[in-house]
Write a protein that binds this ligand. Structure first.
Ligand SMILES: NC(=O)c1ccc[n+]([C@@H]2O[C@H](COP(=O)([O-])OP(=O)(O)OC[C@H]3O[C@@H](n4cnc5c(N)ncnc54)[C@H](O)[C@@H]3O)[C@@H](O)[C@H]2O)c1
Length: 281
């Protein structure tokens, strides 16, 4: 698809992968709506875009709040007149042992990582379809949506759900012969702030039994942080994503190493073998 003189909306655009996508959208001649729950980060990305001459607006929105995302769609159409590319990218990670996350922790993460994507689709897709333009909705899942790794149960569950939701959405839009297409971004490690505590949100504190520290989780936390720190630069990732969208890709997987691991997962399913992964990614 052509990007020049069109409009991109990016959630989680204040940092990391979303910031990279917002800046790359600007590089490709798009107007950009910068969306994040963190007002300071919205201002940072917005300023960078405007300094580069991109027409951009900033929106402080929590994607977990369906009404706020609906109001966002209103505001973006009002300000930009149209939307052609929507990146449902905002997300958080929460480590822990599968059986020790509290219900509040589960709900907090699922509301952002899964429902944030659903809210974006519900608010923007009907408007995009009504316009009849070509367009793309690109949902950010993760490699953790295609295979599972330890001490991240809520994250892996929510990201697998984003994959299932996005594949279904694609099938239904194809059946409807829609001009709006779907892409599924499954990054490997990208150097961002995902392993650090969120700056504008307070995750629910673990309670009761969940609160006791666990050495395995502590060890995972530092190895996860190291993997993320050594990941692909977010600007490089953003270029790859735009190139893949331009060639009409559905699966956008930044790191081929993980494709080998996904193949191993498929083989283990075929052979009825239990998973044996043991790495953060
Ligand atoms: N970094 C990686 O290696 C990696 C790998 C796979 C998938 N991802 C996914 O990429 C996406 C972006 O993460 P990132 O790595 O750039 O992390 P990041 O922490 O650098 O950026 C995430 C941004 O999203 C914002 N955000 C968080 N919750 C929000 C909410 N409820 N509403 C609006 N904004 C919110 C944060 O304020 C932050 O600016 C996430 O969905 C993440 O799960 C990242």
């Amino acid at each position: 698809m052509d990007f020049e003189n069109r409009v991109a909306v990016v959630t989680g655009a204040g940092s990391g992968i979303g910031r990279g996508l917002a800046l790359e959208a600007g590089e490709r001649g798009m107007d950009v709506a910068v969306v994040d729950v963190d007002a300071e980060k919205v201002a940072g990305t917005l300023q960078e875009l405007q300094q580069r001459g991109t027409a951009a607006t900033g929106h402080v929105v929590n994607v977990a709040d369906a009404a706020a995302v609906e109001a966002l769609a209103e505001a973006v159409y009002e300000a930009h007149g149209d939307v052609h590319v929507l990146f449902n990218n905002a997300g958080v990670h929460l480590d822990g042992l599968s059986w020790r996350y509290s219900n509040k922790q589960w709900k907090w993460l699922v509301d952002i990582d899964l429902m944030g994507v659903v809210h974006g689709v519900n608010a923007f897709l009907p408007r995009m379809l009504n316009r009849g333009n070509d367009g793309i909705i690109a949902n950010t899942a993760s490699i953790a949506g295609l295979m599972s790794f330890e001490y991240s149960a809520c994250y892996c569950a929510a990201k697998h759900a984003v994959v299932g939701f996005t594949e279904t959405l694609h099938l239904e839009l194809e059946a409807a012969r829609s001009r709006v297409k779907v892409a599924l971004i499954c990054p490997g490690a990208v150097a961002t702030a995902i392993a650090k505590p969120p700056t504008a949100l307070t995750p629910p504190a673990p309670s009761g039994d969940c609160a006791a520290p666990d050495p395995r989780v502590e060890e995972f936390r530092s190895s996860f942080a190291a993997v993320i720190e050594g990941g692909m630069p977010a600007d490089e990732h953003a270029k790859l994503v735009f190139d893949e969208i331009a060639r009409g890709a559905f699966w956008i997987i930044s790191d081929p190493t993980y494709v080998t691991m996904i193949e191993e997962r498929l083989r283990s399913i075929k052979d009825r073998r239990a998973p044996v992964y043991s790495s953060a990614g």
